[in-house]
Each structure stands twice: as structure tokens, then as C-alpha cells.
Design a protein around this ligand. Structure first.
Ligand code: M6R
Length: 610
């Protein structure tokens, strides 16, 4: 959450900071600010709301500078107003600092600083940092050493960037639990929380690790650990292009990302399926595949949409690999002292690879000796780097806050992993081939679903004024119901709940009347008849029914108000197809309501705080 950008070089940093902030806005968007050094004087400009409001304010000031930092905020402590926006400053305004993360002991630090005469003006935890640094600078230390000493007193997480008018030739950055990269240019350098902010300028990046700090100058940088040990950092080349993170003519990133799914799932499979062998090749798991296949138990841990993908993974692994599998919210897993054995394998699924709870759960599993594996979309992200081994989903950059293509790619990767383990545990060549062939046919089937966009839009428009929605599915499609409900509530602000269809009569049925739309995921599978009984129960109580059904299901039309037909596939892959009409349904309802689908209120793309 929150976004950081910084620049030092020959050019005027203002347009670089503003365009970087616009790219980062999907990470947090309740206020924004920049801090620059102009003629060795610190200038800070902040504004609540969108980056465009900050841009207007900055333009009026006619500023120019060769070194500066910028921040877009997702509020944790204090309202999203101008005072609480970053950068924060010390009393005489010589230091400007931006911070992602949470300072857990800020109250204690604040009291100590207040006793020394420091005045605080914001409600944020972050404001302790410039005062703490100031306190060390005033004792004669350099900026770098002062930041280091200040951070050694801090409990919590941070990604920070600091500039100081007393040392105007550098930006100091540090990281613990919140991503920070240095972008290497020619006679100029960048800092950012996310490559998208600097991709227009450079593809050469250095990832700071936890407890590392760096001084970034115009033409070089020096990195150390917080405890002052010298370190060598490797420069990585980013393969992502700028076009990949643009809207490509679509009105919203979310729609673009939904429409990209034939290609994104193809990319998740590319070079990995061995059709003739009915098997897969996953380079990232090669060294651990045997140990993984011998696991006594598999645990999958994640948050939000990635957790829903994990639930589908549980069904897949238990059905085919026959390994007991549990799925757990990362936020629960990390704090409840879970029993983890050395012969357990634990998968951590995360689009961003930066989700704080998932990252902490991963560290917990590793400490307990489990085989900790990552399934991430963002290459080089913290979870990807902390994992012992793993698989990238390769869905491409996902900018819309509501996860769509990342979800279907996670499902594809989980299917690939299931195939890999199951073949090692005795699945026949014939069955392996069947799954591999079905996977191969998924992109074309997604195309067919996407061609129904207008049909789904028409249905959506009928329901944009309702207050509640229920989503029901069974077996593999129960997690699809949860995911459909999450998609709707996060972007349309309509209350929606997902249930296993049979659970409806244990409570939710009381809610059903003619104002309650109920979405059934009802493909023709082994439990189809049971779902039909659940549909009848809703019909008998006047509920409006939207059903996701498989082609050739002519029976359903007489039972439901709207049916959306999707191609058939094997049950384990049905969630990939069935989730797509639900993404479109949520999208069109939110658009019809005039809402900002890419940046829904109160949410952020990457949840890097607890
Ligand atoms: O980046 P991650 O996959 O770890 O993110 C997990 C959740 O925060 C995320 O899936 C969230 O639920 C999305 N907004 C759902 O659309």
C-alpha cells in the first residue's frame, strides 16, 4: 500500500515524480505529496485526493529541482488530509521523508521526542521518523548514519526515502517489510516501491532486502545493512514493458485485464505443458519436486482472492494427488502457532508477492523447517525471493485493484502443480494427458466467454440498484462463489456473500425474497442435480436467479431468470472458466453505478501492512 518514487540526476524531477505517482496511484490513493530540494532548500507540496489534484497545485508553483521524492498514500494512522499526507518533515523543514509501512512503537518514540522539545503536527506514525533523524543529525551525524540510528529504534515495517538540504546530493532509502528498489539510469538514479513507477526511465533495478539501507547519488549508490555491514547488490533487468502496464484503449484496467485472460493463462502455461508425456515441467520446483510429492500434508496460505485460488488448489490436490491439504488465511496462520512439520509443504500464493500477512506466514513456515514455496505474479517480489522454491504465474502486471487475470493464472499454476505431483504419485499417463489437453484448450474457451460481454452487461444493468447478492456453488465451484461475491462487493459496494449451495438452507435462505438476486455456478457435473434442487428452493421463495451453466444445458432456461453459458471442461478447471462471467458481472454493475472500478474506496492493490 502507498507508493514511493524518488529521482536524483540532471533532469527536472517534478514531471518524473508526478508521472511516477500516477503509475503508483493504484497502490494507495487518498492523498499524495512531493518533497524536493530547490537551491538546497527543502520544498514540500501535498494535497488530499488524487495525484491530479497534487499536479495542479505543483504546476502553479513553477518548481524545478534535480532531486526529489514523492508519495501516494493509503491511510493507516490519521485521516487522509493534507497534514497527514507525506512527505513529513522535521521542525526546521530541512528533512523530507516518505514512508510505507507502520511504526508500531511510534507512541513511545513520540513521547520521548516530545520530551526533547519536538512538536508533532500530524496524526501519523510516520512523523516520528524525520524528528528522530533530526535528533541524530543535530548530534553531528551524517544523514546516512542518522537514518541508520533512527531505524535501529523503530519497531514495525518501513520502506523509506529521505532527502536533507544539508546533504543535497543524495537520497537515503531503507527497507524492512515494505518493498524498495533502486533504478539505475545513466547519470541519474531512481528509487521506487514498485517498478511500474520508473519503468519509463530504466529497466535496470536493484532490490533492497529487509534491514538494508542505501545512499543513492546521481551517478552511483552505496548499500549497507542497517547494522553497517558493507554489501554487494546485484543489478536485475526487468523484462516487463511500459505498454504492458498501460490501459491499451480500454476504459479501465480491470476490463483490460479481464479481456487479457486468454493470453495471460496461455503465458502461465507457456513452455510448461508436456502433452505427450501427460506431464508438466516447472523449472522453479525442479529441485524440490520429489520432496513436494512425498509431503505428508500440503498447506496453502494466502489472503483475499489468492486464498480463494488456494481453496480450489485444495480440491485439485486432494482429488488427484491424494495428499491431505489445508488452506488457511495467512493472517491467521502467522499468529496461531500452527503445527508445521518438516515433511509438510506450504504454498504461499500472492499476486503482488508483497502482502504483509502472507510474507510473515512464509517466514514462520520456513523457520519451522517446512518446504515453503511461493506462487507469485510479480517477479522479484519479496515472497518470491523469500520462498525456498516456487512458480511464477506470469499473468503480467495487474493494475486494477480487483484481482482478475492473476486469479485465473493462479488456478492454472495450481493445476500444473497438481499434475506434477500426481504424476509422481501414480497418476496414469492417460489421465495426465487428459488434464494437459484440457489445460491447453482453456484459452480458446475463455475467448468464447469473453464474446458474451454484451450479454453479461445487459444482465448487470438490471441489478445495479439491488442491495444484496448471494453467490452459490458446490464442489470446485464453491470457491468460485466466494470469489464472485468478493469481486462484486469490492468494486460495486453491494453486499454479497458466497456459500456452498447446500449451506443455503442452514441460514441464508431466510434472506431470500424477490429483491435478492442469487448467482448459481451450476455446470453439468456430478453434483448438477443437487444444485438444481438448491435452485428450486430459491425459485420457490421468489429469488431472482442468474446461473452460470455449461453449453447444451437447455434445462436451466426454464428454471432461472438469466443463464450465462460457458464451455464445458473437466471439473478441476471449471473455476477458471466460471469465474470470468462473474468478473464481468461485477465490472458492469460497478460501471453502471458510476464507481471507480480500478481504485475502489478504502482498498489498495498491495496490502503491505497488517
Ligand atoms: O497480492 P496478493 O495476492 O497477496 O493480495 C491478496 C489480496 O489482498 C487480494 O487478492 C485482494 O483480495 C484483492 N483486492 C481481490 O480482488
Amino acid at each position: 500500500m502507498c507508493g514511493i518514487i524518488g529521482y536524483i540526476g540532471e533532469r527536472n524531477c517534478i514531471p518524473i515524480l508526478i508521472s511516477g505517482l500516477k503509475r503508483l496511484e493504484y497502490r494507495g490513493y487518498d492523498s499524495a505529496g512531493i518533497g524536493v530540494l530547490s537551491d538546497a532548500e527543502s520544498v514540500i507540496v501535498k494535497k488530499p485526493g488524487k495525484v491530479s489534484s497534487l499536479e495542479e497545485k505543483v504546476e502553479l508553483l513553477n518548481l524545478s529541482s534535480n532531486v526529489g521524492i514523492g508519495h501516494t498514500r493509503w491511510a493507516t494512522h490519521g485521516l487522509p488530509n493534507e497534514i497527514n499526507a507525506h512527505p513529513h518533515s522535521n521542525q526546521n523543514g530541512t528533512i523530507s521523508l516518505i514512508h510505507n509501512g507502520i511504526i508500531e512503537n511510534y507512541q513511545t518514540l513520540k513521547k520521548g521526542l516530545q520530551k526533547l522539545g519536538y512538536n508533532f503536527i500530524s496524526e501519523t506514525d510516520s512523523e516520528v521518523l524525520p524528528h528522530l533523524i533530526d535528533n541524530f543529525i543535530s548530534r553531528g551525524h551524517s544523514l546516512l548514519k542518522s537514518v541508520r540510528l533512527a531505524l535501529s529504534e523503530v519497531e514495525g515495517t518501513y520502506g523509506i526515502a529521505v532527502i536533507y538540504s544539508g546533504e543535497p546530493d543524495k537520497i537515503v532509502v531503507a527497507r524492512k517489510g515494505s518493498p524498495l528498489i533502486i533504478g539505475i539510469g545513466s547519470d541519474e538514479n531512481f528509487v521506487a516501491s514498485d517498478v511500474s513507477a520508473i519503468l519509463a526511465h530504466t529497466k535496470q533495478v536493484v532490490y533492497l532486502e529487509d534491514n538494508e539501507i542505501a545512499e543513492v547519488f546521481r551517478d552511483h549508490f552505496n548499500a549497507k545493512t542497517i547494522s553497517d555491514d558493507e554489501i554487494e547488490k546485484e543489478v536485475h533487468e526487468i523484462s516487463m514493458s511500459l505498454e504492458e502496464i498501460d490501459k491499451g484503449g480500454y476504459p479501465h484496467f480491470m476490463l483490460k485485464e479481464i479481456m487479457e485472460q486468454p493470453e495471460s493463462v496461455r503465458n502461465s502455461m507457456r513452455g510448461r505443458i508436456l502433452l505427450e508425456e501427460g506431464n508438466v515441467k516447472l523449472g522453479g520446483l525442479a529441485e524440490v519436486a520429489d520432496r513436494l510429492a512425498k509431503s505428508k500434508r500440503i498447506i496453502i496460505s494466502a489472503c483475499g482472492t489468492s486464498w480463494h485460488a488456494g481453496l480450489v488448489g485444495e480440491y485439485m490436490i486432494e482429488q488427484y494427488a491424494k495428499i491431505p491439504t489445508e488452506v488457511e488465511y495467512a493472517s491467521e496462520f502467522r499468529y496461531r502457532n500452527p503445527i508445521i512439520n518438516p515433511d509438510d509443504s506450504v504454498f504461499f500464493i500472492s499476486q503482488s508477492g508483497e502482502t504483509a500477512d502472507t510474507l510473515a506466514a512464509l517466514k514462520e513456515a520456513k523457520n519451522n523447517g517446512a518446504l515453503a514455496l511461493g506462487i507469485c505474479n510479480v517477479v522479484g517480489s519479496s515472497i518470491a525471493r523469500e520462498s525456498i522454491a516456487g512458480v511464477y504465474t506470469h499473468a503480467g502486471p495487474e493494475i486494477g485493484v480487483a484481482s482478475t487475470k492473476a486469479f485465473t493464472s493462479q488456478l492454472v499454476v495450481l493445476a500444473l502443480i497438481t499434475l506434477l505431483i500426481s504424476r509422481k504419485r501414480g497418476m496414469s499417463l492417460e489421465e495426465g494427458k487428459k488434464i494437459a489437453e484440457e489445460l491447453n484448450s482453456i484459452p480458446e474457451k475463455i475467448n468464447l466467454i469473453l464474446s458474451k460481454n454484451d450479454e453479461i452487461k445487459n444482465i448487470a444493468e438490471k441489478y445495479c440498484n439491488v442491495k444484496n447478492f448471494l453467490y452459490l456453488g458446490r464442489g470446485y465451484n464453491f470457491p468460485v462463489a466466494l470469489e464472485g461475491a468478493l469481486k462484486l462487493k469490492e468494486i460495486s459496494y453491494i453486499h454479497a456473500e458466497g456459500y456452498p449451495a447446500a449451506e443455503m438452507k442452514h441460514g441464508p435462505i431466510a434472506l431470500i425474497d424477490d429483491n435478492m438476486p442469487v448467482v448459481f455456478i451450476a455446470p453439468k457435473d456430478s453434483i448438477y442435480d443437487k444444485v438444481i434442487s438448491n435452485i428450486e428452493e430459491v425459485r420457490a421463495r421468489g429469488g431472482n436467479i442468474i446461473a452460470i451453466v455449461t453449453e447444451k444445458d437447455e434445462n436451466m432456461n426454464r428454471l432461472v431468470d438469466h443463464s450465462i453459458k460457458i464451455p464445458d471442461t473437466i471439473p478441476m478447471l471449471m473455476p477458471i472458466l466460471a469465474s470470468i462471467p462473474l468478473q464481468l458481472l461485477a465490472y458492469h454493475i460497478a460501471v453502471k453505478k458510476g464507481l471507480n472500478v480500478d481504485q475502489p474506496r478504502n482498498l489498495a492493490k498491495s496490502v503491505t501492512v497488517e
